[in-house]
Design a protein around this ligand. Structure first.
Ligand code: ADP
Length: 421
């Protein structure tokens, strides 16, 4: 990954539609990148070098961290903490007597982390104009509050063509970092994703389907990654999986939204990832198995994918009719892959799997519903998720907006069946 780094970055930027969200951001919380620029010069003395007079790499790294920390603190007016270092690459040596020019600037600020780039050049006193590029690195900082939680950072306003290029490249590096973490860890391969469905284990499977989604929902390490057009995108990184969830408020009745979203047959109306849906088996009133065909994602996949999905929906136990107060429990629509002897893998499709995904709906008022879509990303579509999470694509937002429109368009259609909910 390091060797093909330059090509990967170029490829990512060429292919992705950059989310032009700068305009929709709160200008009061925007810091011009120039304000974070730092430049400092260090003279390499004998204690900084080995017996041959070459500067210790660790010394250069320490100086780089210093300037990067200053640049980071100028964005947040606080004490930044270094979280990761990316692409440390020594291009050539420097010697005692060299002056090292260290330059740093914040390239991009995400919701609660920022990327600072540092570049080191060396020159001899007598030849100041003749500078050698020694090293560049990208460091990610967070700023922690009293409870050791990362605080929300202001946005950065990139300046000039170079600034905009670095801003976008920082997003691409964020995506690559996430990919690397979840591909290299390979822990997913140890967990069976689909479980065989059988009438004898049906009750347990449906229960497990719903409880997995509720457990994912209840985790307290969700981080708000972006907020565009009133849609919030959260991510959760644990050691095995990258999960995301999106959240919006829709002006519609909750039970109505629950009925509309739990009928997977209608999902192609708003989600282009669902090309066709066939109901394979209606297990009981609230559980059904579907066969879903989904178009290939990008160029990496040449065949369309198919999924065999168990959908389990549950109403909240407290009926939610307590006046004023909405139920604390959400309506849940949980989805997970199962295997069925009647629907084996076929050469026509790549078999896709989802371990845990689905919707949770909360009543927020008389005609308002908070709609959340959860998904635990599996390797097969990790690339797609990280592209969206890093802001290199806005397809998630587009799809979720289409979901909102679908709910609004069908607001009153199911009025009759609602009386039962
Ligand atoms: P790139 O510009 O492709 O990121 P460089 O090696 O030129 O690669 O620079 C690495 C990083 O150092 C940049 O991303 C930027 O954050 C920082 N940097 C480079 N030049 C300057 C400068 N003149 N002032 C402040 N920071 C700089």
């Amino acid at each position: 990954m390091r060797l093909v780094y330059t090509e990967t970055i170029q490829d990512l930027l060429a292919k992705s539609v950059i989310q032009d969200d700068l305009e929709s951001r709160d200008c009061n919380r925007m810091v011009p990148a120039e304000k974070t620029r730092v430049e400092s010069v260090e003279l390499v003395l004998p204690p900084h070098a080995n017996h041959q007079g070459n500067t210790f790499g660790g010394q250069i790294m320490a100086w780089m961290e210093n300037v990067a920390t200053i640049a980071a603190s100028r964005l947040c007016q606080g004490h930044p903490t270094l979280k990761t270092i990316e692409m440390f690459h020594f291009r050539g040596p420097s010697q005692v007597g060299d002056r090292l020019v260290l330059k740093a600037i914040v390239n991009n600020a995400f919701k609660n982390s920022m990327e600072v780039g540092v570049c080191v050049e060396a020159y001899r006193q007598e030849m100041e104009s003749c500078r050698r590029h020694l090293n560049s690195a990208f460091m990610t900082f967070v700023v922690l509050d009293g409870d050791d939680q990362p605080i929300t950072l202001p946005w950065i306003q990139p300046q000039g063509k170079e600034g905009e290029r670095r801003y976008r490249e920082a997003s691409a590096r964020k995506k690559m970092r996430l990919d690397r973490k979840y591909i290299v860890s390979c822990k997913q391969a140890e967990v069976p994703l689909s479980v065989p469905w059988d009438p004898s284990n049906q009750v347990y499977l449906s229960y497990n389907n719903v409880s997995s989604l509720k457990m994912l929902m209840a985790k307290d390490t969700w981080v708000l990654t972006s907020e565009i057009n009133k849609i919030k995108l959260y991510t959760l990184e644990d050691d095995k999986f990258l999960s995301f969830h999106m959240e919006m408020t829709v002006y519609t009745d909750t039970a109505q939204a629950f009925l509309l979203l739990s009928d997977l047959g209608r999902r192609p109306e708003w989600d282009k990832h669902y090309q066709s849906v066939e109901l394979v088996q209606q297990v009981d009133e609230d559980d059904a198995i579907y066969h879903v065909v989904s178009p290939a994602l990008g160029e990496a996949q040449c065949k369309p994918q198919d999924f065999v999905i168990l959908a389990s929906r549950r109403k909240p136990c407290d009926s939610g009719h307590s006046p004023g107060l909405g139920p604390r429990e959400p309506y849940v629509i949980a989805l997970r892959s199962v295997t069925l002897p009647t629907h084996p893998k076929t050469p026509e499709y790549t078999r896709g799997e989802t371990l845990c995904s689905g919707f949770c709906l909360w009543r927020e008022g008389d005609q308002q519903t908070k709609v959340s879509y959860y998904n635990q990303a599996t390797t097969s579509f990790l690339n797609y998720v990280t592209t969206n999470v890093a802001g290199l694509s806005s397809e998630f937002i587009t799809t979720f907006k289409a979901c909102e429109q679908f709910l609004l368009d069908n607001k009153s259609e199911l009025a009759l069946s609602l009386q039962n909910l």
